[in-house]
Design a protein around this ligand. Sequence first.
Ligand SMILES: NC(=O)C1=CN([C@@H]2O[C@H](COP(=O)(O)OP(=O)(O)OC[C@H]3O[C@@H](n4cnc5c(N)ncnc54)[C@H](O)[C@@H]3O)[C@@H](O)[C@H]2O)C=CC1
Ligand SMILES: O=C(CO)COP(=O)(O)O
Length: 335
Amino acid sequence: MAQPERIAVLGAGSWGTTFAKVLADAGNDVCLWARRPQVAAEINETRCNDSYLPGITLPERLRATDDAAEAVHAAEFAVLAVPSQTLRENLAGWQPLLPQDVTLVSLAKGVELSTLKRMSQVIGEVADVPMERVAVVSGPNLAKEIAAGQPTATVVACSDEERAVALQKACFTRYFRPYTNTDLVGIEISGACKNVIALACGIAAGLGFGHNTMSSLITRGLAETTRLGVALGADPMTFAGLAGLGDLVATCASPLSRNRTFGERLGRGETVVQAQEAAHGQVSEGVKSCSSIRQLAARHGVEMPITDVVHRVCHEGLEPGPAAAELLGRERKAE
Ligand SMILES: NC(=O)C1=CN([C@@H]2O[C@H](COP(=O)(O)OP(=O)(O)OC[C@H]3O[C@@H](n4cnc5c(N)ncnc54)[C@H](O)[C@@H]3O)[C@@H](O)[C@H]2O)C=CC1
Ligand SMILES: O=C(CO)COP(=O)(O)O
């Protein structure tokens, strides 16, 4: 049997801890970096990360540390599991520690504010590595379901197909089924945009609307996501796949989604600050990415009406009711 891979996961929140568990269950030696020393100690001593994954027992093959140098030492893969808007700053601190041939794997689903860059672009730039060494994992992957061992599929994307296959092998378990893809643009745009559409679905749910409304938002959300992706050079077929439609449906439909839940609170009349307080520090990426995606769309002359109203609800005081009326009152057109 081949040697187990040594893999670092940097970020011990919901998804970082869950993906570290998947990698350990797949037979790798995994070292998980936690920002707070007490979280690393809790994982090592009790095999739990209770504030993010209550009731889940983590495998013995997974160790935790608050020392990033220890986490990445001799790692074949360094998995980046911090929120999109903090990735640049975090990675700049880790860059001098990275082993020479390490593959950098992004789990984050967002577009950077100010630069409007996708996460793989931020990683290539900050780590100063060629894009063939940057991979992305994205799909219908609600952390709590996967941590409980429920089956799902995902996409591992890298422009270097061999590297994508190596990562696919490293995270393949009896409950986690990864497919490879080389379309980083399509995969990342899908992952970032679905959070914004999930906010819209949550707002609609908060307003009391049902499945027809959700389905309409999902379908038209996919249409505007595809328009943006294609303008940026993505393969339109990617949006019909797991990281596109698959993740969009999971996130828009599930009460486990932080973005959908955030939107629902707004729809029920809470303010952004109140919804943020209720999230207990967990990230709802769409709240910031709705602004960067809207700007990216404007830069490329792409119309994204749902993203536009979500941005104005989150940041310009537009009320949910008038936002819905605005979408419904748009000019009639062919599908
Ligand atoms: N939770 C999920 O089900 C999934 C999440 N994702 C994506 O993975 C990324 C990470 O998400 P989660 O682990 O769920 O987030 P989370 O909010 O549960 O955890 C974020 C982690 O990043 C750490 N961190 C490091 N530096 C930070 C800083 N400066 N500010 C804030 N946090 C910092 C936090 O301590 C925490 O451990 C996001 O982009 C998210 O969209 C993707 C798939 C599934
Ligand atoms: O990306 C996710 C599922 O694939 C998680 O969505 P939330 O960040 O909205 O919880």
